[in-house]
Design a protein around this ligand. Structure first.
Ligand SMILES: [Fe+2]
Length: 327
């Protein structure tokens, strides 16, 4: 019998590991004896893992002040140092360790084929602690209403490589406030393109290009259209935390968001077009190979929100139909 895994610094024989996992009722439970860095499952609030300026940023936010470490990248887009390189490495190693166990992997959403929901490997409690202690005060400062309280989160790791998922189509998040932190590794390209807010007249107009830095979090509202630019070389992996405010979701403003859709003030910027969501995509760009069927499910913009110069066949059809590409 060979040596098994290390738990709390002690080697656990494979037989014991198999016995422990056979008793588990979920992948999360089965993974408990297989954890590589158990501290990731007890608390993330360790000096060695948090950026040196982080708690000053949080303390200032609690007092209603913007610390210089909280950078305004553009309207509604902010960034700050969140984690040390040591934490980034530890989390990536943990995720890789989970993949190596062969336990079931559930991807974060239909658009990510290589990520992992870290809540489902046992990290939900420690991310909740981080959410309430660190993320919430910052969100509350930046968006006093939407960021007033967080009641849950969906937290996951995404991964981009030129030979796998190279980027992510333009979209909005099922999140009220999104924190997106780069864990590395080495890469070129893979920026984050921001456009307008869903339902605003400039929803599909370009607003900002953010460049990821290891350990740095970018924060924005989930209703902001954004997309991951294709990676050129290397691997990029990010931890993404979607924060949900149930009070906001029960508000009239939230319920009416699709009815209060503004008319688009003009044709979209090409870099803000979504081949998944936009009905007029083929007017401006060719569908990426294999995505042509997306046109059948495209919905944006809603008929009443079409810009004045949109062609009638797009305006009157919810599908690609007879649309011809612009020359
Ligand atoms: Fe997103």
């Amino acid at each position: 019998m060979g040596l098994g895994v290390s738990v709390g610094g002690k080697q656990v024989p494979n037989a014991l590991k198999r016995f422990a996992t056979s008793l588990a009722t979920s992948p999360e439970e089965a993974y408990v004896p297989l954890r590589k860095t158990p501290e990731l499952f007890s608390s993330l609030l360790r000096d060695e893992w948090l950026a040196p300026t982080l708690m000053e940023v949080v303390a200032a936010a609690r007092e209603g002040k913007m610390h210089p470490g909280l950078k305004k990248e553009a309207e509604g887009i902010y960034s700050f140092e969140l984690f040390t390189p040591k934490f980034c490495r530890a989390l990536l190693d943990e995720v890789d360790n989970y993949f190596e166990t062969g336990l079931p992997v559930r991807r974060p959403n239909s658009m990510n084929n290589y990520g992992l929901i870290v809540n489902e490997i046992g990290m939900k409690p420690t991310i909740t602690e981080l959410q309430q202690s660190v993320l919430l005060p910052i969100a509350k400062l930046l968006w006093p209403k939407i960021g007033a309280a967080f009641h849950s989160h969906h937290s996951f790791m995404v991964q981009y490589r030129s030979t796998e998922d190279a980027g992510l189509d333009l979209h909005t998040d099922d999140s009220d406030v999104t924190f997106n932190v780069c864990l590395g590794e080495e890469f070129t390209g893979a920026g984050l393109t921001f456009c307008g807010y869903m339902g605003a007249h400039d929803h599909r107009h370009f607003s900002y290009a953010y460049q990821h830095e290891k350990g740095r979090a970018v924060v924005h509202l989930g209703s902001r259209r954004h997309g991951a630019d294709d990676i050129q070389t290397g691997t990029r992996r990010n931890l993404i935390i979607w924060n949900h405010n149930m009070q906001h979701r029960q508000s009239r403003e939230y319920a009416m968001r699709m009815y209060d859709y503004q008319q688009e003030s003009g044709p979209p910027d090409k870099r803000c077009l979504s081949f998944t969501h936009d009905r007029d995509y083929p007017l401006y760009k060719d569908y990426p190979p294999g995505t042509e069927d997306n046109s059948k499910r495209a919905w944006c913009p809603p008929p009443a929100a079409c810009y004045d110069t949109m062609s009638d066949d797009i305006r009157n059809s919810r599908t690609r139909g007879p649309v011809k590409k612009k020359t």
